[in-house]
Design a protein. Structure first.
Length: 85
């Protein structure tokens, strides 16, 4: 059961990272591994931010929303640090 949760987290993370990279127009610069990493870390960031403002999300759609939100924020901060536009 744990393996299935981990695999689904990686798949959702990859999807969130890919969507966020398209929103931030960095899709051509990022590969599949970068999308997965950004999506998984972004999911944690998004869940943390939504938790701070007492917004509870659950299920597949909730995971997508928090993952995309966090991934967009992560890419934005990365672009600020590296001065990419």
């Amino acid at each position: 059961m744990k393996e299935r949760n981990m695999i689904s987290s990686i798949i959702i993370g990859a999807l969130c990272g890919w969507i966020a990279s398209m929103i931030m127009k960095t899709d051509a610069q990022m590969g599949a591994i970068a999308n997965i990493v950004v999506g998984v870390i972004g999911g944690a960031i998004g869940s943390w931010i939504l938790g701070m403002v007492n917004i509870s999300v659950s299920g597949f759609v909730g995971s997508l929303i928090s993952g995309i939100l966090g991934s967009v924020i992560l890419i934005y901060i990365y672009n600020l640090i590296t001065k990419k536009k």
